[in-house]
Design a binder for this molecule. Structure first.
Ligand SMILES: [Zn+2]
Length: 360
């Protein structure tokens, strides 16, 4: 999953993006900006692909799009005559400077079962390659999908008691708005905890108090190794690594961060009997992947590594192959009118304050 900032920033950012995307769409400004901003290609980032759910409380909705929206996106790209390529092909085009045709890659993070069930059939309709980045603990069925567990905890309770630092907090969760506020508060607290063991302790305590089985959530949502093998058997699919435990690599020692990359790759290679050459940083934002992690991924021998920093690809990205930006297909903006804006690059350029390369 990608990272998110503090609640106020997040809200502000969402409002700016929503207003900005609307303004760009309705003014047609993206058509004027395109020659400057469209770049040579893009890497799209997805997580879950599944039919829309009924539940009113869906704080993780930004992490899922429907099969119909994925189909609409693929249609749009085909109509614009944009090549849909694998990460190997994308790497080659960047290295060789082959930019006569624009291109896009589809990437799916974490390794969810719905990727096999719902995304793959749609991608096959378009003969479209994709890369699925698997966190090896998730495929083992022991991963901590803590943001999903937190959603489950808050969905089923009216009140949450937590100790945050020295303060004992009682959070109201009686209304949808209160649940959302409680989620944002706890999500940001958990993400900001200093170590992985702190996160593990706190989310496990919350799950225990509210009778949520985090391991069962992982097993119900994530591809098992057998299913990863079924997915990998499709010639359109590349499997990449996404660390062992889905930890924030920037918070680990250099040794542990390197191990998270190389051991997760070794486990996937062992399960599939083929080499793994592409990596996605868990969370992938500035707080989770920086210069040290980019260098570690390069020295571990990955051909590419993708962040969650928003941006289109430019020729200059060839010099930063382990710090590639992506364009999120965000579940909160599943409006087909947004698609021309996304592929114009105007949306991500706005997000980045019109900086082209965000490798630093
Ligand atoms: Zn992830």
């Amino acid at each position: 999953m990608p990272g998110v900032g503090p609640p106020v920033m997040k809200q502000l950012r969402n409002n700016v993006i929503r207003a900005g995307l609307g303004a760009l769409y309705f003014s047609g400004a993206h058509h004027l900006l395109r020659p400057l901003l469209s770049g040579v290609g893009a890497i799209f980032m997805l997580h879950h692909v599944r039919p829309a759910r009924e539940a009113a409380f869906q704080p993780n909705r930004h992490l899922e799009v429907t099969p119909e929206f994925l189909r609409a996106t693929l249609c749009h790209l085909r109509s614009r005559d944009i090549d849909i390529v694998s990460m190997d092909e994308l790497h080659e085009r960047l290295v060789q400077g082959r930019f006569a045709r624009r291109f896009a890659a589809f990437t799916l993070d974490d390794g969810y079962r719905d990727n096999l069930e719902f995304a793959l059939p749609v991608l096959r309709e378009f003969d479209a390659p994709s890369t699925v980045y698997v966190a090896s603990d998730y495929a083992e069925g022991i991963g901590r999908l803590w943001w999903t567990a937190l959603e489950a905890v808050i969905a089923k309770t009216d009140r949450i008691d937590v100790q945050i630092g020295n303060a004992a907090l009682r959070l109201d969760a009686t209304t949808q708005a209160a649940k959302r506020a409680a989620f944002d508060r706890l999500h940001d607290w958990l993400r900001a905890l200093p170590g992985e063991h702190d996160l593990k302790r706190e989310i496990e305590a919350l799950c225990a108090r509210h009778d949520v089985d985090m391991a069962a959530l992982c097993r119900s949502l994530c591809l098992s190794w057998d299913e990863v093998r079924r997915l990998a058997a499709d010639p359109l699919v590349t499997i990449g690594a996404h660390s062992i435990s889905h930890c924030n690599l920037a918070k680990q020692s250099e040794e542990i961060a390197a191990q998270e990359m190389t051991v997760s790759r070794a486990r996937i290679e062992h399960a599939l009997g083929r080499t793994v050459q592409h990596f996605a940083y868990p969370y992938g934002d500035r707080e989770a992947a920086g210069e040290r992690e980019f260098a570690l991924a390069a020295s571990a021998g990955f051909k590419t590594a993708v962040t969650t920093r928003p941006g289109m690809l430019f020729a200059e990205n060839a010099g930063h192959m382990t710090a590639l930006p992506r364009v999120s297909l965000n579940g909160n903006y599943q409006d087909t009118r947004i698609l021309p804006v996304l592929t114009s690059g105007a949306a991500t350029a706005m997000w980045n304050g019109f900086r082209r390369i965000a490798a630093a």
